[in-house]
Design a protein around this ligand. Structure first.
Ligand SMILES: [Zn+2]
Ligand SMILES: [Zn+2]
Length: 293
């Protein structure tokens, strides 16, 4: 592999590691927020408690999501996509937290209800509140009751970070190929009609695998797409990385696909010409481990 290709691969793995780090950080924060929940209050008012958990997560993970948005925008430029403005990046991060709220709220409310009804069942069965508390504060019994809520909260928090990264990339693709909204007006006034040029360069699909996803020879798996070159408009038709049509994305919540593949169109084509599908398993492990330190 040429040194340009090595450097290109290194940069991709660096980003994979960063995203995994932020996702794991989000799971850890979710865990500590759940650990602080007052179980008795949860039993009495699960919807209110869940609402507060979400507000706490929005506050505690907001900075990490904005930081990731900036990193993802820089990464998009490295891949050959246009540069989003700082205001666009801020707005996309803001929209991602709104999306998080809409997507976390029903799932967490369900899980909260499930936990609170189990606690209430224990109380109804004659376990006194002290006994319930003891069950909840021991290693096995207690927080075991909280598992459904903790699991959902961790999952949605990590997904939030995943779709920040995805949304930034998708927005950069749109910037390259979607005529701006002012276009119709520009045409009327006969000005700036040709100021917008659709990016017609070929972009190469680089498969970024983790040993579990994207394999297989189906047309909608990532592996067979490695090395294929198409314009962004064509790729959009066939499914961009992370698109719901891909095998690895089908079971993921919308926008939270685990697909790590990228479309790249670097100035120095040599950097990607000989590039093989990238194995990101170690970078993923490194990112997670960093969040646990
Ligand atoms: Zn895939
Ligand atoms: Zn993929």
């Amino acid at each position: 592999m040429s040194s340009a290709a090595k450097a290109f691969q290194r940069r991709i793995l660096e980003h994979v590691e960063e995203v995994e780090y932020v996702k794991e950080h989000a799971r850890r924060v979710a865990e500590t927020v759940i650990a602080r929940v007052d179980v008795r209050e949860l039993a009495q008012n699960s919807a209110g408690v869940v609402e507060r958990i979400i507000a706490t997560l929005l506050a505690e993970l907001g900075p990490a999501s904005r930081r990731l948005a900036t990193l993802s925008a820089t990464y998009a430029v490295f891949l050959g996509l246009p540069k989003l403005t700082a205001a666009q990046v801020r707005q996309l991060a803001e929209e991602a937290s709104t999306k998080f709220f809409a997507f976390a709220s029903p799932a967490m409310t369900d899980a909260g209800l499930q936990v609170s009804s189990r606690i209430n069942d224990m109380v109804a069965a004659g376990v006194d509140p002290a006994g319930v508390n003891a069950a909840l504060s021991s290693r096995e019994g207690p927080r075991a009751l909280m598992v459904p809520l903790a699991a959902v909260t961790k999952r949605v928090s990590a997904s939030w970070m995943q779709f920040v990264d995805r949304d930034i990339n998708d927005a950069a693709v749109s910037l390259a190929v979607d005529p701006p909204k002012t276009r119709a007006r520009d045409r009327v006034f006969g000005e700036k009609i040709f100021s917008f040029v659709v990016d017609a360069r070929p972009f190469t699909w680089i498969a970024v695998m983790d040993g579990h996803t994207c394999d297989g020879e189906f047309p909608f798996a990532c592996a067979p797409r490695h090395g294929q070159r198409r314009t962004l408009i064509e790729w959009r038709y066939h499914g961009l990385p992370g698109s719901p049509v891909l095998v690895c994305s089908m079971h993921a919540p919308r926008g939270a696909s685990p697909c790590r593949c990228v479309l790249a169109s670097p100035k120095d084509l040599e950097a990607i010409e000989a590039l093989e599908a990238i194995d990101a398993a170690d970078a993923i492990k490194r990112g997670k481990a960093r969040a646990r330190r």
